[in-house]
Design a binder for this molecule. Sequence first.
Ligand SMILES: [Zn+2]
Length: 94
Amino acid sequence: MAAKMKIMDIPSNTAVCICEHVFEKSAPPMLFAREQTGELIATCGCEVKKAHMVGFGHLVKFFEDIKQEEIPEEGSHFEKDRKTDIWKKGVLEA
Ligand SMILES: [Zn+2]
């Protein structure tokens, strides 16, 4: 997956690792990250205990407001501010 690709261009069948809360729809994704390995992760912000895999197409609706952004580089992420609802870029903690 090329780094300059936009989020909206991620193929809908691309596997994304999600937390159980996003999987059960009890919480929306608040963190969209790309690990050093290139793996995409979407979580509600929790420490993932039980990971699930879904196709990106199931999640794309949550990323409407950042779909024009480039896919996060390895080791970085977008995190949604709980107060402002604005996505901010950041770097994953090691
Ligand atoms: Zn969660």
